[in-house]
Design a protein around this ligand. Sequence first.
Ligand code: GLU
Length: 320
Amino acid sequence: MDITLSKQQIQDAAHTAYDFAAKVTGGANANYIPYLANIAPSLFGLSVMLPDGTAFNIGDTGYRFGIESVSKVPTAILAMRQHTPAGVLEKIGADATGLPFNSIFAILLENDHPSTPLVNAGAISACSMIDPKGDSDAKWKAITDNITDLCGSAPQLIDELYHSESATNFNNRAITWLLKNYDRIYDDPDMSLDLYTRQCSLGVTSSQLAAMAATIASGGVCPVNGKRVFDPAIAPKITTLIATVGFYQHTGDWLYTSGIPAKSGVGGGVLGVLPGVLGIAAFAPPLDDAGNSVKAQAAIKKFMQTLGLGIMNGDRVTIA
Ligand code: GLU
């Protein structure tokens, strides 16, 4: 079916979704990272960006929160830019784990493979893949420049979050050294873990994440400034990874009920990609039992339902 949507309809749907989700309660802030436990749970923002750069922002869309696991998306893109999608498949994999984001068991089950760059194990491995090897500052610059290009504006490190996370990331240290044991860390292990921890501690706004999502939806061109960030062949690969593991052990339920591939982070952010159509992001700190923001999920689902959109629907969507 052909669906034609006006920008007004999209804006109205965003307001409907925001008002609906604002009343949804439940969930709790992540408490295993002390900084996140103290963020105001009432914060809530919803942002949509279209491929032509039109943006709709409602609520706390200028608040900088910890990007956390959503950072796995841009660094997976960077690893594909530097080493091709086939190289990422060979060195890390593209399999859903069906297990929590920080699972050690998943590494053992996947026959020593980190599974996918969108779980902790694969994301630490992806940080180790980033060039130039052996140079922490240059790798960090490559990681943050890539995020800046995808968002059309720069993220900012939240120092307090970085320290909070570095002091408590014992599980991730175990993952890193287990992967090293299996030859799945491609640079210094401590440096790779530190880069991963630092990228999780970057502060971003929901409007920046919507721009990143819109860059992916647009096949690699950032709608904010028209700059081509990555080869169009990478777009379906990263969207596949997001669709298959973006919500960890709830990914199937999420895609089934929302119709949009999306990636969550324990900072409360969610980034959703509808290829060729739009990028969407929402932020609210309280999380469900798998670590996914309760309000952000409600808002994005309501938005999709209101417009009758779904990646599996087979519709051709035009924005007039
Ligand atoms: N920095 C967090 C961790 O590694 C990210 C987890 C997430 O957002 O899912 O535990």
